[in-house]
Ligand binder design. Structure first.
Ligand SMILES: Cc1ncc(COP(=O)(O)O)c(C=O)c1O
Length: 426
């Protein structure tokens, strides 16, 4: 087994080095995809993870520690987009994006007819938020750590329809978070709309228990899943949510401007369709009939989206799923969880000079960490980082005034150490 693996690494590395002189796209075509060949890769197998890193166009100069904002795509994804667009623009091929819904559904543990394609998380949350049959005075529970994408649609319904928003701050443990949600529930609570992983501190919320609680109390469960797919071992049927909105770039490493919303099959007749078009119906509409005919909604989540999509981008999503599956989602999850743990360990070494915002509880953390550096404005610390080419994120949302570091498979411990050097300077 070991010899085979050495041979495999040698072959793959050889292919990559041979391609170095070629243009980026030729490089992508000439390389073999990195594959674990179905075996477990150790989280500290730097040789393997360096091969993975070389699949990304990221520069060596910058330590890119901001995957939570933008997930860079590896070459095979970029190449698939180019090819997909050429198929369309050169040969006139049209359509085919529905096939991605099938692939996506298998990737996230759903059925094909439960996936609607969108362009980003915000699209999916709007579809879920607008479709809920809510009336004036109905209560919806959110966190104090929302991204604008899961805040504004609800705030807008508050403004337009008079729903009432109640908030809680995620606790240091999953149990504490559940207790806080429980304490907010009243007879008027109609929906719990929380992130799986908030953009602020990146803590993993106990969504399975939250959805179970919601179900028991006849409350809709609407999950902002921006950071779930590609980071966690995701199974939407197992989570049991009514809807789950995500994008295909961040942790999935696919093209920007692609996303999906999951709507549980038996929830589709409850979630009203406001955004409709070609593909949303059963093709029986007729404007020449008298009276005009609309027909029925498509008997799937396709009812929630319509019109032309960019098939090239969705070819990129297919390639991103292949890229992840070649390495193995479990291998990826373990590696990035290790990097997240390493980041926590290094931050905690600074003692009371650092405030770690992300819980250390094993089940409540993964690849994202939030922190504050005592004695320095977060914006100033952010600038110090960019000055030495360390890309993190400053978190201005909801007055948190903190910093966030998020690491994916292309990152190394050295890059995390580079951030620690900036803290040492402070
Ligand atoms: C938790 C969370 N929700 C929603 C969004 C919005 O995503 P999008 O820009 O794809 O709509 C983000 C983006 O960073 C996010 O982190």
């Amino acid at each position: 087994m070991k010899t085979d693996r050495r041979k495999f690494i040698k072959q793959t590395t050889g292919t990559m080095l041979a391609g170095m002189a070629l243009s980026d796209f030729a490089f992508a075509e000439n390389r073999k995809a990195v594959s674990s060949n179905g075996i477990k890769i150790e989280t500290d197998d730097e040789k393997f993870w360096m091969m993975v890193r070389q699949q990304f166009p990221l520069t060596k100069e910058w330590a890119y520690l901001n995957n939570g904002t933008m997930g860079p795509s590896p070459y095979p994804v970029i190449e698939a987009v180019r090819k997909g667009m050429m198929d369309c623009d050169q040969l006139g091929n049209y359509g085919g994006w529905e096939l991605t819904a099938k692939k996506l559904s298998a990737f996230v543990g759903a059925n094909e007819d439960e996936i609607a394609l969108t362009h980003n998380v915000t699209d999916g949350i709007n579809i879920a938020c607008w479709g809920l049959p809510l009336q004036k005075g109905d209560e919806v529970i959110l966190t104090t750590h929302e991204h604008v994408g899961n805040a504004f649609p609800w705030l807008n319904r508050q403004k337009l329809h008079g729903i009432v928003i109640k908030t809680f701050t995620p606790g240091a443990t999953a149990d504490e978070t559940l207790n806080r949600i429980n304490a907010l529930i009243t007879k008027k609570t109609k929906a719990i709309a929380v992130p799986h992983i908030p953009c602020t501190a990146g803590q993993v919320l106990p969504v399975k228990e939250i959805c179970k609680l919601a179900k028991e109390k006849n409350i809709f469960s609407i999950i902002d899943g921006a950071h779930g797919p590609g980071q966690l071992m995701l199974n939407l049927h197992d989570i049991g949510c009514d809807t789950y909105a995500s994008c295909c770039h961040k942790w999935m490493l696919g093209p920007k401007g692609t996303g999906f919303v999951y709507v549980r099959k038996d929830f589709q007749d409850t979630l009203q369709t406001y955004f409709v078009g070609g593909g949303s119906d059963n093709a029986k509409w007729n404007m020449a009939a008298n009276p005009v005919v609309m027909g029925e909604y498509n008997n799937s989540a396709h009812r929630y989206y319509g019109g032309t999509q960019n098939s090239g981008l969705y070819k990129g999503v297919d390639a991103a799923i292949d890229f992840i599956e070649n390495i193995g989602l479990q291998n990826i999850h373990d590696r990035i969880s290790m990097l997240g743990g390493y980041t926590q360990k290094r931050l905690l070494e600074f003692g009371d000079k650092i405030e770690l915002i992300t819980p250390t509880e094993e089940r409540s953390r993964c690849a994202v960490n939030g922190f504050r550096v005592k004695g320095i404005e977060y914006t100033k610390f952010y600038t110090m980082c960019t000055d030495v080419k360390v890309r993190i994120r400053s978190v201005a949302e909801n007055g948190l005034n903190s910093l966030r570091v998020s690491t994916h498979i292309y990152n190394t411990k050295d890059e995390i150490d580079k951030l620690m050097e900036v803290i040492k300077k402070v």
